[in-house]
Design a protein around this ligand. Structure first.
Ligand SMILES: Cc1ncc(COP(=O)(O)O)c(C=O)c1O
Length: 371
């Protein structure tokens, strides 16, 4: 935690000793919400205690229920799919595109049915999904079928500060959910989240659900604390710099790894800016799963952290595997067996970053030499 965050925390703490505003969001939280909605360019922002609970709330607002289908990309964070299954709805798994790992708008279109109530689109690892194509497909289908509108919920938990078509993620779609958990781009003391929307009714409902229904509806307690909000406000001021530094590191890695034929490197779409919450590499070729084990082991030996983010969710979560009976996602299976994400962090120096990239390159060159 930096000095500024500590001072914000201290002042919020002293403030909290004197002021009791009951169940209403404290003005510290309101200030953070205002700053956040101005930053992303959305009409409303509702602070909550996590990205996962933000998704739960968004799906409740969409009134997704047991008779409904919800489409989401098979390559995903498992919590995103648990939010769908928690509503008792049918989770329909779409194929991803490489190298972004984001949902394919073409496959999404093929999966729409009159029972589709919502789509949950994750901006995987900080790479903006093709929002315009997704919105077009959804609206054209709703219009042609004259069904109730399909709600688009964007999971931007790893995409805080990312840009789609030169606009910050969060300004388009029905609702967007962010996370401030400790591994994310900015954090509010380890946990926290934000829902943003341009729809006044959705915003009103989110505020009700967050805070015991505000005396007029069902709700529970999903509130962010004022102390977290004070820290979040300071972190928000650093967000652009944090994303810029992640992007510099990613660029430096790409230039070192450009020599590796075995790798597909992460790139931005035209006018997009990935937040690089994770730096995602894909191995090429039929022996990719074995090669990945080799490379990850080589990095581990050098003390370089590396995760697989993410395989199709049914692989990491048996609850999801049991509930998603029909799976036909060969593309997701294939991509999932080739992904690996060596750690990236804005506090890394250029030298540390070059050390990591050279270690990846050397491991990949050994694989190429072996095949
Ligand atoms: C893509 C994605 N969605 C949802 C979540 C859930 O967010 P939280 O941990 O704030 O509940 C996370 C991270 O944890 C995530 O990476």
């Amino acid at each position: 935690m930096g000095d500024q965050e500590f001072r914000a925390l201290q002042s919020a703490y002293y403030d909290s000793l004197h002021i009791d505003r009951g169940f209403k969001a404290h003005e510290m939280v309101e200030r953070f919400e205002l700053g956040f909605r101005e930053y992303v360019g959305a009409e409303h922002a509702i602070a909550v205690n996590g990205g996962g609970t933000g998704l739960d709330i968004a799906l409740a607002i969409a009134e997704v229920g047991p008779d409904d289908e919800v489409i989401s990309c098979a390559i995903n964070f498992h919590g995103t799919h648990l939010a769908v299954l928690g509503r008792g709805s049918r989770l329909v798994l779409a194929e991803p595109e490489a190298p972004s790992l984001n949902i394919s708008p073409t496959h999404l279109e093929a999966l729409l049915t009159p029972r589709t109530r919502a789509v949950v689109v994750t901006h995987m690892n900080g790479h903006p999904a093709k929002i315009d194509a997704i919105e077009k497909v959804i609206h054209e289908y709703s219009d042609s079928q004259k069904t109730r509108p399909i709600i688009s919920i964007y999971d931007a938990c790893r995409a805080c500060g990312a840009e789609y078509q030169s606009e910050k993620i969060g300004s388009r779609g029905s609702m967007t959910v962010f996370s401030f958990q400790s591994k994310k781009i900015i954090t509010t003391l380890g946990e926290g989240g934000m829902i943003v929307t341009n729809d006044q009714a959705f915003a009103r409902r989110a505020r009700e659900i967050r805070s015991f229904g505000l005396g007029r509806a069902w709700g529970s307690n999903f509130k962010l604390t004022k102390i977290q909000a004070a820290v979040g406000q300071v972190q928000l001021g650093k967000l652009n710099a944090l994303v810029n530094r992640r992007r510099q590191l990613a660029l430096q890695r790409n230039s070192i790894l450009g020599r590796c034929d075995a790798l597909v490197l992460p790139t931005d779409g035209p006018n997009d800016r990935c937040s690089y919450n994770l730096y995602t590499l894909l191995l090429k070729g039929p022996k990719s799963p074995e090669a990945r084990t080799y490379v990850m082991h080589a990095l581990e030996e050098l003390g370089i952290g590396c995760v697989v983010a993410n395989e199709p969710t049914w692989k990491s979560n048996s609850y999801i595997a049991n509930l998603v009976a029909s799976r036909n996602n060969p593309v997701a299976e294939d991509i999932g067996s080739r992904i690996f994400c060596p750690s990236i962090h804005p506090l890394m120096t250029d030298d540390e970053n070059a050390y990591i990239a050279n270690a990846i390159a050397e491991a990949c060159e050994k694989i190429e030499g072996r095949s």
